[in-house]
Design a protein around this ligand. Structure first.
Ligand SMILES: [Zn+2]
Length: 339
């Protein structure tokens, strides 16, 4: 999604949930990309569509997606909280109701569950609230809480409203927290780790520095992280250092090469799914900076590749980069009691 988000889940029962629909792009760009994954999974409908929050990089492709595949349940955190955002307000007032008119519309809150036969799907954050009680098997004290430094926050922002999910399939557990911000991570993860240790984490907020606090990353100890970054969105040195320093992280995979990492902070290209329309042929060693909006952002409208994860109930999972078909299997992890 080139710095937006769309993550598709399919249970062995066939039940499906899509989290977010990308920015949309021109000519059904993101809907086509999502449909390629839906086709790979053999889906004829989506049981649930969770929109994490009302930012365009998360709901922009929704009309296109809904025109391609029937959606049975539209899930969100409730009203738009941004003071001024005509695109979101217009969408919620005019377009959205017409999409869910013949389906179900569900507003979730922290602590709710989402129906997905064969999986345990818990909502751990929504509408600015986070769960108070730990999930089963979680709840250990989080020692990094003592060193937390809050970030300055904006009241006019949808990111902290993000619908966050923790998904458990047998012994496999993963999380997708949308664009949940640094300070909300503290609310969720301190003083106790309410979501436990994860096998897989979809890196929050495209890998921006506004999220990925050590209080979250060190406590969930993901074996594998996948970053839904863009060519100049996400992957700056601070975030990369936190991820690489995370105890237990075996690999970071990325949706895009990001010039914000430079050679110094990036992962081998083998683990990265997408380049640009005008490909980067040599990554500078020094991390780059985000180009000013006036210069235009680098674009990737051409062929796009996904990263696919196949998980087994025993905790084993395989990650595949669709661009180069590089694939790696992570064996089931020994879990100390209580994890
Ligand atoms: Zn976003």
């Amino acid at each position: 999604m080139e710095g937006g988000n769309a993550t598709l889940f399919v249970a062995p029962s066939g039940d499906s949930t899509l989290i977010d629909t990308g920015t949309g792009g021109t000519q059904f760009r993101d809907a086509d990309r999502i449909m390629e994954a839906a086709k790979d999974a053999g889906l004829t409908h989506l049981d649930n569509l969770i929109t994490t929050h009302w930012h365009h990089d998360h709901f922009g492709g929704m009309p296109d997606v809904a025109s391609r595949i029937p959606v049975r349940n539209f899930i969100d955190h409730g009203p738009n909280t941004q003071v001024r955002n005509a695109i979101a307000d217009d969408f919620i007032r005019k377009t959205y109701p017409s999409l869910y008119a013949e389906a179900k519309h569900t507003v979730v809150k922290a602590g709710d569950t989402i129906p997905m036969r064969g999986l345990d799907w818990r909502i751990v954050s929504a509408a600015g609230e986070t769960i108070k009680a730990p999930l089963p098997g979680a709840g250990s004290p989080n020692p990094t809480c003592a060193t937390f430094t809050p970030q300055p926050i904006s009241d006019d922002d949808e990111n902290p409203q993000s619908v966050g999910s923790v998904i458990t399939f047998g012994k496999f557990r993963m999380a997708h927290l949308g664009d949940l911000t640094w300070n909300k991570e503290f609310a969720l993860m301190c003083p106790i780790n309410r979501i436990g240790v994860l096998d897989l984490w979809i890196v929050s907020h495209h890998g921006l520095e506004l999220s990925s606090s050590p209080q979250l990353v060190d406590a969930i100890r993901p074996r594998v992280a996948i970053m839904n970054d863009g060519p100049s969105k996400g992957g700056p040195p601070a975030t990369m250092k936190t991820l690489f320093a995370s105890p237990g992280l075996e690999n970071l995979w990325e949706i895009h090469f990001s010039i914000l990492s430079g050679q110094e902070y990036t992962v081998p290209g083998l683990f990265i799914a997408n380049n640009l329309d005008d490909p980067i042929t040599a990554m500078p060693i020094e991390p780059g900076s985000e180009p000013p909006r006036s210069m235009g952002m680098p674009v990737h409208d051409g062929k796009a590749y996904y990263i696919k994860v196949s998980a087994q109930a025993d905790g084993t999972f395989t990650v595949t980069n669709q661009r180069n078909m590089f694939s790696k299997t992570y064996g089931a992890r020994f879990r100390p009691e209580g994890n």
